[in-house]
Design a protein. Sequence first.
Length: 553
Amino acid sequence: MSSQFEADYVIIGAGSAGCAMAYRLSEAGKSVLVIEHGGSDAGPFIQMPAALSYPMNMSRYDWGYTSEPEAALGNRRLACPRGKVVGGSSSINGMVYVRGHAHDFDTWAEMGATGWSYADVLPYFKRMEHAHGVPDKAWRGTDGPLHITRGPRHNPLYHAFVEAGRQAGYPVTQDYNGEQQEGFGPFEQTVWKGRRWSAANAYLRPALKRDNCTLLRGLVHRIVIEDGRAVGVEMSHGSTQQIVRARAEVVLAAGAINSPKLLMLSGIGPAAHLAEHGVAVVADRAGVGQNLQDHLEMYVQYAASKPITLYKYWNLISKALIGARWLFTGTGLGASNNFESCGFIRSRAGIAYPDIQFHFLPLAVRYDGRVAAAGHGFQAHVGPMRSKSRGTVTLASADPAAAPVIRFNYMTAPEDWDEFRRAIRLTREVFAQPAMAKYVKHEIQPGSAAQSDDALDDAIREHAESAYHPCGTCKMGRADDPDAVVDPENRVIGVDGLRLADSSIFPQITNGNLNGPSIMVGEKAADHILGRTPLSAANQQPWVHPDWQTAQR
């Protein structure tokens, strides 16, 4: 098998973290090879923000993974889109930018990810960001590669939703990614000059302009490990197989589903499971593929009493005009993901920081692009942020082309049901406030008849969907933690010369969408890989509700 390619660092996966690391490692003068199985991210389906429902439903751009039948959700198989394209899932996601709450990262540190507290990661968020229109720049980065903007919020429903939150007794926050996450306010998106600002656009394209960074297309079969050290990657492109050599280290960044799969194919994982598939054990790591977490959500939908929603544009002629305007000017409705207002609240007293997130959309529509009901409507995507349920990613076979077995085990923790019911009821309360009530005709989903616990449970069982935030399958922790897969410097425990950096290392899922924290992981991991002293810890103290122990709002 030939070995014509080699570099200091070989990165597996041109996704959110992989692109960030390619940029930082090549910036430092190291030679970098990035291997990506997916194809180009060029074209309007990916680059036009409003077209977000297309790429995540196209086999050209998506691995097409689905869960095993989920017993607690009526044995439904839920979609698990993962980017199979340059930019990874940052090229097919909803472009929502959320750092996560400060307490998320403090929890990581408490769980054994030393050096990943909020004070430690805030400087990396600031390094990566170029945040536009933020009220307090002390909390935000303003010259990083990742452009972050706010939608124009032209539709009056965006403002009505925030006002309804205020009327319900919640705070209004002008920057949930700054000092205060809790409250209602404007949403941020990874969009710049009307284009999706993916990790590919922000990081990889600039990196590839350097002579020391190269992108290779191909399917990775396994990490080549000799005498306990990762020395390269076995891959194929078409019928050609080859070994790509790493002079310094191999860096795995294939995401929460494919990273554990590749570790197991390479002999790193639960020994008994590897033996079932005839894979020779290199490192017996029980935690590989365990600890799978996600955000489950439901679209609480309403029919609108006034024709002011985006439904007026839900026809071929309007879509063509929106597309044409975007294509020629980069402006208009096509230049936004149309998630322009949001909320983060606590579900009850005694919870220190938000555990419910709202995405507001002035249209009643599913992620697959299907309108829920004919006519004008709007919705809030809502669900608990920190489910207790845990799932697994395991091998279906030793064939590198085979999809892994994904079991989320959604809603298997009893407390998840109580949290989800509370989330739906609190959502209804917001929409019942005067600012939104004047636009409400009737509730579409779950429907006003669903009031009892049993009725809401039935609705959740039938309608809950993944928010597409899988993580945690190669968790970071102390080197002596038998369930940890990587140590706090992103080194895979038990193998030399191998790092791992993507959402799979999250010990616990963060509060909100995962693209921002995934990029941050790549930024911070790059410093660990380069042997640099981490950026100095921040000393800013985030806002926490002063009466959180006794008050829900």
